[in-house]
Design a binder for this molecule. Structure first.
Ligand code: 3EB
Length: 331
């Protein structure tokens, strides 16, 4: 059965023919043929390409610095903006300015192409935990992102897309995303305060994302789980303890999966069968995180490990996930 969307991990490879979009992860390497490169170290390979496969034909374009490719059902878009070259708006930091610009471009492309439903956004910003002149840079990003959602009259509370936001050592702000013609069901985690309702102690503007989004298509269901960390309610737990942070993160993932399963139509998602991306702050934590994951979920996981800063300085690990359920094959 052909899939509308299929995620393939191809270590070191370039763009696959038939890819709606191809993302390369790797520090200091450019993969020929990838649409967008994210400068994070990958464990176990020099680089990894993650390709979203979908049925063609494809149409490509560029608008306001944002590149996109779409078939009849899905649009993949990507933009990379440097802060040096930007002209900050009045009372706006360079990062806030480029974050606003990136999301303004996302919504402009959506309006022009008709792929009006934002499904999943990936955000990578240099120095995410660094003070940007009175405000942590992640918090500056949150202002620019939320302003763009509000200006474009996009759902910025309930109904916002699933997302992740990670820190790279250097480089530009990189945003890539998937959009569709139909809305996904936003899923929240009953163990956690919705991120868009975080209190002001985490920054003047709350982050704009849902814990997960569940998309039902004719022959499959697709689940995008946002970056998930050791947060219960709105508080970070297990400070300094990477094993316990990993275990709490897995409890949160299971809770989101259970919540998604209340709405799933074609069966049940299982955490251990999802495609997992694990972001770790310290390379030396890899053995503990890997062992904790295998202990909880078993061997044979489909998992990538990436070195990245997580958006709260005390968080040591964050996990995002993606999965499918096929419709019963018609015989
Ligand atoms: C959290 O739960 C951890 O700002 O887009 C996770 C997923 C996190 C997405 C974002 C941030 C984002 O708050 C951080």
């Amino acid at each position: 059965m052909s899939r509308l969307l299929d995620l393939r991990k191809t270590p070191g490879a370039g763009r696959l023919p038939g890819a709606l979009g191809c993302v390369a992860y790797g520090h200091g390497v450019q993969l020929a043929g990838a649409d967008v490169s994210v400068g994070l170290k990958v464990f176990g390979a020099e680089a990894e390409a993650h390709a979203w496969l979908a049925e063609g034909p494809f149409t490509e374009g560029t608008l306001d610095g944002l590149h996109y490719r779409h078939n009849k059902d899905f649009l993949f878009g990507w933009i990379s903006l440097g802060e040096q070259a930007c002209r900050p708006g009045a009372d706006m930091s360079p990062l806030e300015t480029v974050s606003r610009q990136a999301y303004d471009a996302v919504f402009a492309v959506q309006a022009q192409t008709g792929f009006t439903h934002l499904l999943r956004c990936w955000n990578y910003l240099p120095g995410i935990n660094i003070d940007g002149g009175g405000l942590e840079r992640y918090r500056q990003f949150n202002i620019g992102r939320q302003d763009a959602f509000i200006a474009a009259r996009q759902a910025w509370l309930d109904g916002s897309p699933s997302a992740c936001a990670l820190g790279s050592a250097e480089g530009e702000l990189v945003v890539y995303f998937l959009a569709g013609r139909h809305s996904a069901l936003p899923i929240e985690n009953p163990r956690q305060t919705s991120a868009y309702r975080y209190p002001a102690q985490y920054g003047p503007r709350a982050p704009t994302f849902s814990r997960a989004s569940l998309l039902r298509l004719e022959s499959e269901e697709v689940l995008f789980i946002s970056g998930t960390a050791s947060i219960v309610g709105h508080e970070s737990l297990h400070l300094g303890n990477v094993r316990e942070q990993t275990r709490e993160t897995l409890r949160n993932l299971d809770a989101v999966v259970a919540e998604a399963n209340r709405h799933a139509f074609f069966g049940r998602f299982e955490t251990r069968k999802l495609f997992l991306k694990v972001y770790l702050r310290h390379a030396e934590d890899l053995p503990v995180i890997r062992e904790t994951l295998q202990h909880a979920l078993g061997e044979g996981l489909n998992v990538s490990f990436l070195l990245a800063d997580v958006c709260r300085a005390e968080l040591l690990v964050e996990i995002e996930a993606f999965g499918f359920l096929d419709a019963e094959p018609a015989c």
